[in-house]
Design a protein around this ligand. Structure first.
Ligand code: S3P
Length: 173
């Protein structure tokens, strides 16, 4: 069993992923963390030193390697992972994978991302809450096409991590 969590930045993929993996007694993997470990750099450092194209190439490579692992796990992707190259197709074509879109509304994303902005290279230079909101609105709209290809969608607005985990478990076969 491989559970893959998909969703925009700030949708709680990592905290839900950790709790879900603990509940299911399987390993928790985080794609961003795996990329950072391979590169020995933080995500902002990879973006500033090597650029986004390099990051996207690395992201696809590390995703492929993780999908080839035999063991069961919960894997949290980066917000952009399903939207580049053949990543979403690869996820859909991999045996025993259930992909889950953690769907979060614009306002909740904005509230979370305002405080976490500096660690995220794509939004760190957006100066005001209004500019950030506009960016998220457009970006989320473009990305939803990919996110919607997930096997399951769980609405997470206003839910605690435990409630999201509970809803995911109810919806798994
Ligand atoms: C990105 C999201 C980030 C990280 C990188 C790019 C994106 O992951 O992979 O900064 O394109 O949305 P999180 O969704 O975990 O913040």
């Amino acid at each position: 069993m491989k559970i893959i969590l998909i969703g925009y930045m700030g949708s709680g993929k990592s905290s839900v992923g950790k709790a879900l993996a603990t509940y299911l007694s399987v390993k928790f993997l985080d794609l961003d963390a795996a990329i950072c470990a391979e590169e020995n750099k933080t995500i902002p450092e990879i973006f500033s030193t090597n650029g986004e194209i390099y990051f996207r190439r690395k992201e696809a490579e590390v995703l492929k390697k993780l999908l080839e692992r035999e063991e069961s796990y919960v894997l949290s992707l980066g917000g952009g992972t399903p939207c580049y190259g053949k990543n979403m197709q690869l996820i859909k074509d991999t045996a025993s994978v259930t992909s889950i879109y953690l769907k979060t509304g614009l306002l909740q994303l904005k509230e979370r991302l305002i405080v976490e902005k500096d660690s995220r290279p794509l939004i760190q230079d957006l100066k005001t809450p209004e500019v950030l909101e506009d960016y998220i609105r457009k970006h989320l709209f473009e990305r939803t096409f990919y996110y919607n290809q997930s096997d399951l969608t769980v609405l997470i607005d206003g839910k605690s991590v435990e409630e999201v985990v509970h809803t995911v478990l109810e919806n798994l076969d």
